[in-house]
Design a protein around this ligand. Structure first.
Ligand code: SAH
Length: 408
């Protein structure tokens, strides 16, 4: 151990070092034997095994169940500004290939980029940063400096207002960290489609960047359906539509109509503006403000039918304790949506609940298919874009999962 690098040492209970040895980046409170020193929130500590051996450098989160998050397993690393700059530069560089396709990119995705709790999204020349753990919150200014240097973007906005901040004992923070306050939605372009992004009051950092490849898949599926429908108009239903990301992709693919159902009037208004941005009229991008559960029941009674349906609800299971109730809700919306699908039609169904893995999600949807009494094939599984990778040693990082189903 090099003295002086860490003010404090966290001694890990005998046996509890195994997950760290397997390079899992979290240390739970219950795995700690004792702490030498008095680390403040976000301080770098050395994690030490029961025999005195070095395990990792980590950030101390005194109020979180995840009491420490690993910066590095390398005893030779110094967790200083140049170390942060190198991690940030590497994360930005990994996304370089997306530049030709879009200017809405997740530049840093927490544990997958070796920066636990840090999320950074780029919308054109604007950066939006979320510090969701004590370590990155303590090093925020260093990280912002590194981000500006790596991207050349000087406008930086903080959206550290996700619910997980409370579990870290951190208050919610939003505001300008650099450059100007954005006065209007930022316009981004992805695969030739323009979207407005409200970084100040939109969901997450304003846009569901993670669905990029699935928006493209919807567009391709519409093109297939147009051939299948032989000149008949192709009708798309986008439930939990938010600002209409999937709907714009469907219209770009040649859908006659894309119907957005969402409970939020602001989200639907933004969807309408997004249609205008791309030259689609209100007869093409349709909106109905409603609770999706009730809407699906009514649509079944009215015998409405669609060629392509997207189901992308909010997280029904925020933790493992909610899995059973969430499973029932996923099954219900999937069963109801399947009942509205024309023969040959496609269902894109998603879950962003980390507590429900892809196998369980597929079982839930299979149950919905059985109840819907129709014949359906799984075409492929879907996930987040490659700017949202998952460290293989941190399976908790996988959250977005989806299935593309076709009715025969
Ligand atoms: N598919 C969207 C993201 C969906 S976010 C995209 O790709 O951009 C979830 C959306 O569901 C939010 O817009 C929220 O307003 C809406 N929502 C949540 N619960 C709802 C409910 N019960 N009925 C209708 N909309 C709901």
């Amino acid at each position: 151990m090099r003295p002086g690098l860490a003010e404090s040492q966290v001694i890990v209970r005998d046996g509890k070092e195994r997950s760290l040895e397997r390079r899992h980046p979290w240390l739970y409170a219950g795995a700690i034997e004792h702490v030498i020193g008095d680390p403040v929130s976000g301080a770098t500590v050395a994690l030490i095994d029961a025999r005195g051996g070095f395990l990792a450098w980590a950030a101390w989160s005194p109020q979180s169940m995840i009491r420490a998050r690993v910066w590095s397993f390398d005893i030779g690393d110094r967790i200083d500004p140049s170390w942060f700059a190198a991690r940030v530069a590497r994360a930005v560089e990994r996304r370089g290939h997306l530049a030709g396709r879009t200017n809405a990119v997740r530049l840093v995705f927490g544990e997958a980029d070796g920066l636990p709790g840090l999320v950074v999204d780029r919308y054109d020349a604007q950066l939006v940063i979320q510090c969701l753990a004590a370590g990155v919150a303590a090093h925020r200014d260093t990280l912002v400096g590194a981000l500006v240097a790596a991207t050349g973007c000087v406008d930086v906005y903080e959206r550290s207002d996700a619910a997980v901040r409370a579990r870290e004992g951190l208050e919610s923070i939003t505001g300008v960290l650099g450059g100007l306050t954005p006065s209007a939605p930022i316009e981004v372009e992805e695969d030739g489609i323009r979207y407005g992004v409200d970084i100040v009051s939109g969901h997450k950092t304003g846009f569901y960047i993670d669905q990029r490849d699935n928006r493209r898949a919807v567009r391709e599926e519409i093109e297939r359906l147009r051939a299948h429908r032989m000149g008949e108009p192709v009708e798309m239903l986008n439930t939990f539509s938010y600002t209409g990301g999937f709907s714009l992709a469907a219209l770009a693919g040649g859908a006659a109509t894309a119907l957005n159902v969402d409970s939020s009037a602001e989200a639907l208004a933004m969807a309408g503006l997004n249609a205008q941005r791309n030259g689609f009229g209100p007869d093409q991008l349709l909106v109905e403000q409603s609770d999706v559960f009730g809407w699906l029941t009514q649509a079944a009674q009215a015998q409405r039918r669609f060629d392509l349906i997207v189901l992308d609800p909010p997280k029904f299971a925020p933790s493992a304790a909610h899995v059973e109730r969430a499973a029932r809700a996923y099954k219900e919306i999937n069963r109801k949506a399947l009942g509205l699908l024309r023969p040959g039609g496609a269902l894109f169904t998603f879950s962003c609940s980390g507590a429900i893995d892809v196998d369980l999600f597929q079982k839930i949807v299979a149950g919905a298919v059985i109840d819907a009494k129709i014949e359906v094939s799984l075409i492929r599984r879907l996930g987040a874009g490659d700017d949202h990778p998952m460290a293989m040693t941190h399976p908790e990082g996988e959250y977005l999962k989806g299935l593309l189903l076709r009715r025969t």
